[in-house]
Ligand binder design. Structure first.
Ligand code: BG6
Length: 515
């Protein structure tokens, strides 16, 4: 079987010995994503030959009970089947440490634990700290790690120490800046790995390969040939058990600020001077984010739409409205759908609208990027009842059916000259015959190797927040104030969002793609 992580001539480069400490070890992310991802890495033989995983959380728990709980979760969430013998070997490296994230004393104990575990290994282990906790602990944990002597200077150290940090990274520009500055008191920027799990998805990583490894697309990749771009993130699920978090956040913060702006940046960047230098890619992404025209307060009503779902039917089953969800206030103004019209204001993208939409409780789960090319002149076909020629659409389906398709105009067989659109398709499943690894597998492996290419840098996060600041401000205006607050539309669960979303595209005679 082909090895998706192979480098060079299918060479497996295993990361150096690592101790991974997961803070928030009893939480959902650890159980659903992190441990299954590590188990799958072990399954594929990509884990370091020496590793320990220390789960840390407040609940008292023995190593054995922790392993038992994890086993149940791995059985449920692992991509690979469970191999009992492998699980036994793998789980012998997992330990549990009771810890209070705000107490320095707890971190001193953690250091002693790590030292004693390391003694039994043949090599010095790198320390990788994973913050899978609520964001209010990010700062205190980083500070206590430094206080307990668990962070080493990246230049001088015999071992590397790094910090992986989950989203949400801040709530707005000010809080993101504040968090960056708190983290930098304890870790150097090169030691901080901010997760955006969309960057770990195969289809998102493929954007750069697709653009720069094919001679035929890049010459067309600009305002001369591209008419507009759409990026759609659609989920059929609602807020589930995350009502508390989501109601404070909304979909703009939850999805657009990170996942969709990262996709947009990769679609629009200039070729970086190297793909092996994390900063080369990230420098280019920052330039794109900086070049997106900031909306003036008066633009927000014209260029953005927000909405909330009401009750309806999703996949044939009845679904309650957002305000009826458990943990959501009946007066909540939080948006579960957002659509924006953006423009990257530089030479390459001048005049090309980029439409972005994200929503929960839509008709189905699909994330798609589509690039609409300018129409061919119709003069040749005039008077032949051909009608308007279709645009060539290059569609990248990020999920669930990972693949790329290109819509082209073609003549159907027969004596008449007719023109019909046809689609050329490539799907990962058919072409590669291996299931894509989960994004967390790739991201954990890269972080163990110290490769930050697929992680976001401080300035990227801040630019993304800066870009959305005017939208967040206008959407948060008090009702009945002097300046009118843009309306919060509604849409029935199980539909494609509010009718108002179409108005964003009307000015330029565009339409959302039917997905
Ligand atoms: C998370 C969001 O970042 O991404 C969730 O917080 C969302 O609200 C999830 O459901 C979607 O991820 P995926 O990989 O299932 O598309």
């Amino acid at each position: 079987m082909e090895n998706p992580f192979a480098e060079g001539e299918n060479r497996i480069i295993r990361p150096p010995g690592t101790a991974i400490v997961i803070f928030g070890a009893t939480g959902d992310l650890t159980h659903r994503k992190l441990i299954p991802a590590l188990y799958n890495l072990a399954y594929d033989d990509y884990m370091p030959s020496n590793f320990v995983v220390v789960g840390a959380a407040r609940t008292p728990l023995s190593d054995e009970d922790f392993r038992k709980n994890l086993f149940e979760s791995v059985k449920k969430h692992s991509r690979r089947t469970i191999n009992d013998e492998l699980w036994q070997r793998f789980s012998q490296n997992i330990y549990y440490q009771q810890l209070d994230g705000t107490s320095l004393e707890s971190f001193v104990k953690l250091r002693e634990r790590l030292q004693s575990l390391e003694k039994k290994r043949a090599e010095t282990l790198n320390y990788l700290y994973y913050l899978a906790t609520s964001p209010s602990f990010f700062g205190p944990i980083a500070t206590n790690l430094r206080g307990a002597g668990l962070v080493e200077d990246p230049k001088a150290a015999a071992r590397s120490t790094s910090l992986i940090i989950e989203k949400p990274f801040g709530h707005d520009l000010a809080s993101a800046r504040e968090l960056n500055s708190v983290l930098r008191k304890s870790f150097a920027e090169e030691q901080i790995f901010r997760i955006d799990h969309y960057l770990g998805k195969e289809t998102v990583q493929n954007i750069l390969v697709f653009r720069f490894a094919n001679g035929i697309f890049e010459p067309l990749w600009n305002h001369n040939f591209i008419d507009h771009i759409q990026i759609s993130f659609c989920e059929d699920i609602g807020v589930g058990s995350r009502a508390g978090y989501f109601d404070q956040s909304g979909i703009l913060r939850d999805i657009v600020q990170n996942h969709l702006l990262q996709i947009l940046a990769l679609l629009c960047i200039e070729p970086p001077y190297s793909l092996s230098d994390a900063d080369a890619i990230r420098d280019e992404k920052v330039k794109v984010l900086r070049a997106i025209r900031r909306l003036k307060p008066e633009d927000v009503a014209r260029q953005t739409v927000r909405a909330q779902y009401t009750k309806g039917f999703v996949n044939g089953e009845s679904a309650i409205g957002y305000m009826e969800e458990k943990g959501i206030a009946a007066t909540s103004q939080t948006e579960t759908f957002a659509a924006l019209r953006l423009e990257v204001d530089n030479w390459r993208w001048s005049g090309v609208p980029i439409y972005v939409r994200a929503g929960k409780r839509l008709a189905k789960r699909i994330t798609e990027i589509s690039i609409a090319f300018k129409r061919a002149p119709e003069s040749l076909f005039r008077g032949r009842q051909v009608g308007e020629l279709d645009q060539n659409i290059l569609a990248i389906q990020v999920q669930p059916n990972e693949g790329i398709s290109l819509k082209i105009c073609s003549k159907p067989p027969g004596p008449r000259l007719r023109v019909r659109p046809v689609v050329m398709d490539f799907t990962y499943g058919h072409s590669f015959g291996v299931p894509s690894p989960d994004a967390y597998e790739r991201l954990l492996l890269d972080s163990m190797k110290g490769d930050a290419s697929l992680f976001t840098r401080d300035d990227e996060i801040e630019e993304a927040w800066d870009l959305l600041a005017p939208v967040l401000e206008q959407w948060a205006l008090p009702a009945g104030g002097k300046v009118a607050r843009p309306p919060l539309h509604t849409y029935e669960a199980g539909t494609w969002g509010p009718a108002a979303a179409a108005t964003l595209l009307k000015e330029q005679k565009h339409r959302w793609r039917r997905l």
